[in-house]
Ligand binder design. Sequence first.
Ligand SMILES: Nc1ncnc2c1ncn2[C@@H]1O[C@H](COP(=O)(O)OP(=O)(O)O)[C@@H](O)[C@H]1O
Ligand SMILES: N[C@@H](CCC(=O)OP(=O)(O)O)C(=O)O
Length: 362
Amino acid sequence: MIRRLVVKVGTSSLTTEAGSLRTELIGSLAAQIAELERSGVTVVWVASGAVAVGLARCGLTRPQEPDVLQAASALGQVVLASGLIEALGAHGVLGGQILLTSDALADRRSYLHARTTFEALFRLGVVPVVNENDAVASDEIRFGDNDRLAALVAHLVGADRLLLLTDQPGVFAKDPRSHPDADLIEELTPEAASVVTLGGAGTMRGSGGMSSKVQAAEIAARSGADCLIASAARAEVIVDAARGRPLVATLVRRRRRREPARRLWIAYAATPQGRVVVDDGARDALVERGASLLAVGIVEVSGEFLAGSVVEVADRSGRLFAKGVVRVDSRDVRRCRDEVIHRDDLAILVEGPGPREHHADG
Ligand SMILES: Nc1ncnc2c1ncn2[C@@H]1O[C@H](COP(=O)(O)OP(=O)(O)O)[C@@H](O)[C@H]1O
Ligand SMILES: N[C@@H](CCC(=O)OP(=O)(O)O)C(=O)O
């Protein structure tokens, strides 16, 4: 039995084509969350649909300019959160809303603040209903999709499991909408992932599609949580996923070690402002030995960035293998005598025996 669960339900499940809430499904999800809460499992409910609901209220459909989508979220979020909180209330559970932006988790201080608030809500027996703060998030700092947000929240609260509920029973070898005979992938190992083709969002309303769920599962796995991708419509899906009962779904197993939240943010939430290309020696030092990046190993710098920005790190063949926070402006990189990226600010994106095994959680 797990202790903490983050459940994320997508727009395609929570809203109808016409952009209203699916109240019956929401009621059933709320009943399951209430059942788990009563049996001592702490649940966070990440819910999408603010934009879809808001657009419908204005008589609009996607696609729209970003500012219109942000404005739509302002209309839709209150409806979405009230619908969910009311549904929880019908089962005797309190719900409270938390709206997050990626910089809230990037900055150490606000990360700790957010964590403290989640913990206080848990102590009060309140289920946090979470979404991105779409109305104020700028393009640069947006998570962009709630799958990733849910994975970073799973890390923040130390969840043992992340459950991504959508309109499909899991990840298929190909998009089941265009390939109805595609096989369901029961466990997404790196080998299995190599045969999967991920299409875009299934509906006009959903945004992330299956590829953002697979990326989110990877973040969860790296932060110590198993991830299940399953159908929101399957009866008792949340309860069965929490209790480890048999379930048609796609599982991505957790890795042995949790990574620090800041490094997960660098790897997955931050928008890179530039790129450095390094030689093979520097690549090996970073990946195999967990070293910091020194100027001597850098062969090319592209983009203009300031100290403190996140940049991509690629090898000579152009393969992106890390991201990190630079300590110098782009024009000073070559002259830098200290670390250009300190090892603590570096996220390695490829498998290797290196730094990830050595760092405690942040
Ligand atoms: N390989 C795949 N396996 C399963 N679904 C896929 C795959 N590739 C693309 N999809 C699409 O992803 C959709 C789910 O993503 P999305 O619409 O963003 O859902 P949500 O709103 O629940 O986040 C599915 O309806 C499906 O059409
Ligand atoms: N924050 C947005 C959700 C964006 C999103 O990730 O949607 P989905 O792919 O349906 O989970 C909203 O509430 O409309």
